[in-house]
Ligand binder design. Sequence first.
Ligand code: ADP
Ligand code: MG
Length: 346
Amino acid sequence: MTEENEMTNINELGEFGLIDHLTKGIELVNPSTKKGVGDDAAVIDNEGFQTLVSTDLLVEGIHFDMMYTPLKHLGYKAAVVNFSDIFAMNGIPKQIVVGIALSSRFTLEAVEEIYEGIRTACTNYGVDLVGGDTTTSKSGLFISVTVIGQAKADQVCYRCGASENDLLCVSGDLGGAYMGLLLLEREKAVFKANPEMQPDLDGYDYALGRQLKPEARQDIVRELAEAGILPTSMIDISDGLASEVFHLRKHSGLGCRIYEEKLPIHAETLRVCEEFKMVPAIAALNGGEDYELLFTIKQDDFSKIGQLEKVTVIGHMTSDANEATLVSVDNQAITLKAQGWDALKS
Ligand code: ADP
Ligand code: MG
């Protein structure tokens, strides 16, 4: 960002000027988008497909901290977390609408950065920005993104489709985003105590990237389709593995067994865990914001899933609806809690 005195007050543009400014030059890339920004409503034609809709509201101070969240990243993340919800249904995101509420401390340049992030995410994922709403807020920044996606009716993956003995799989690796957050919080505390101190975040690129600039697993949805695997149930990991497993179990009426030694955790995440004296499995289970996909597949698809490098089988579903077992590295059965894991106490 440039210096304060070069900034443009958003009031100078007015609402329509701001909307024009933020949405000019948008090129629509999806044939299903019949009308984008500029009318009373966008028009989408999902003929032959089912329409998937999801929304997320981000509130300053609750979901992000302006002190360490670059605005461009914030815009990018606000869009990407919505795409992730569509991928979690085994669908493809096609359009978004963006609602934004700004307080007077926001300059045009600040809003432009948020939109640069949103538009970059749209470009990267082939999604059209087709509308939104712009208003003022008395305090803080609010960003609401609604995504519209599509999927063939027989390809949609719900949380409720798992069966006994289905294999529980996860994409990528877990816990990194949470350790990135802890690093940012640590540096913020240091800075607050002594504003002369420069943040020391060298050597933490992976964890910080996982927190500040997450990606949604479009690639996994594509690879599963190419491999001819239709997950029996699926969810994205926004709140930590333990919580998402709970949702799959609850909706499918099943239990599960997960093996700690199978949990995929990146080498840098392990290193940061060591620094923070945290058990890596806890970061993976309770951390959140990894935006990986958690899904179940039929046993018959075991050899096919083995071909997918970015997917790890971490356990399986069981018939006992009350079971939520983590088998620890030393072969103890620990009961998982949806929010939090009490192994720390024992
Ligand atoms: P209305 O008065 O019908 O709500 P607006 O003046 O708010 O219309 O919006 C005009 C057009 O600009 C609409 O197509 C709307 O979807 C779009 N729009 C408004 N705000 C945003 C925004 N923050 N991002 C993207 N499009 C927006
Ligand atoms: Mg409006």
